[in-house]
Design a protein around this ligand. Structure first.
Ligand code: BDR
Ligand code: CA
Length: 308
């Protein structure tokens, strides 16, 4: 069993990742922590609560709101790809179950400090502000962490928010630099991988055909993602960014890559937010370069079938 904290900025694809994690019998989600990113901080916390309730989960799974802005740079959001609500303006009911009173950063710190050695997996699908703050406030949390699995960065694919930068790193490059330089084992799902795992119409139909409530919601989220991707970029098939992190927990052999150190460009200029892997057999980051995309959708469907 993998004990997992999911730090996210829902976000259509973050929401699919949450649903997949809830359905995975191999994953025990200890907490959802939220951060400003795709939409402003308070809205990402509302969206995490919406998805928790849509999946039929209650307050035994805490949702903790975190950093409302990046460490140093001005805030940036991505409504073009997620709609003004962050969930594609889909008609979800307002959440009824309260937000936790614990701050996201405190939740990460407390969970890791009280855990057994190398027992917690931190899955990160948004800007890395909360994780950088936790590592700065309490560097000893590294002891409790097994690994960080994150969606962020780009090398061969180039960026998606500028020609060099991927959104999660661009939205808080100083935080990303802290995380990538922490020495903690990281597995990284960058655009180099996620751009090749696309929600085609056939695959959205495959997800819907699973027939469970989470699969039907995921179908709606993926369809909304594809519509927005088309109006923003002219691409019909949205990349399956964030759910790949959950698939990397449950079926790591879907992905292959090389170990590396990762440099983050934090100086102002056109490369601001760029990630540069320096491949090195001793590097702490496993930078995935290839995915079995059909296998990824099969696995996503298996997980979405896990909860009725
Ligand atoms: C990442 O940016 C966000 O818009 C998505 O949720 C994903 O985490 C992709 O670059
Ligand atoms: Ca995200």
């Amino acid at each position: 069993m993998n004990s997992v904290i999911i730090d996210c900025d829902p976000g259509l694809d973050d929401a699919v990742a949450l649903l997949a994690a809830f359905g995975a019998s191999e994953i025990d989600v200890l907490a959802i922590t939220t951060v400003a990113g795709n939409v402003k901080g308070p809205q990402t916390a509302v969206n995490a609560r919406i998805i928790r309730e849509a999946a039929g989960l209650g307050d035994t799974l805490p949702v903790c709101a975190g950093a409302p802005r990046p460490l140093l740079r001005d805030p940036v959001t991505a409504e073009d790809f997620h709609g003004s609500t962050g969930l594609g303006n889909l008609p979800f009911p307002d959440p009824q179950i309260e937000l936790s009173k614990t701050h996201a950063v405190n939740m990460i710190v407390q969970t890791c400090q009280t855990a057994q050695d190398a027992s917690i997996t931190l899955v990160v699908t948004g800007p890395m502000t909360n994780v950088a703050l936790a590592l700065t406030m309490a560097p000893n949390i590294a002891r409790g962490l097994k690994e960080i699995i994150l969606m962020g960065g780009a090398d061969t694919e180039g960026g998606n928010i500028t020609s060099f930068a991927e959104f999660n790193v661009f939205a808080d490059p100083h935080a990303a630099a802290i995380v990538f330089n922490s020495g903690i084992p990281i597995r990284c799902l960058s655009l180099d991988v996620t751009h090749f795992v696309r929600a085609t119409a056939e695959r959205v139909a495959q997800v819907r055909a699973v027939g469970t409530v989470p699969a039907s919601i995921a179908g709606d989220l993926l369809e909304a993602s594809c519509k927005l991707e088309f109006s923003a970029k002219g691409d019909r098939d949205a990349p399956l960014h964030d759910p790949t992190t959950i698939l990397a927990v449950t079926k790591p052999d879907l992905f292959t890559g090389r170990t590396t150190r990762v440099e983050v460009i934090t100086e102002p200029g056109e490369q601001f937010g760029r990630t540069i892997p320096h491949f090195d057999p001793d590097g702490p980051v496993l930078w995935y370069e290839q995915a079995d995309d059909a296998g990824a959708f099969d696995e996503l469907c298996r997980l979405l079938g896990g909860v009725a």
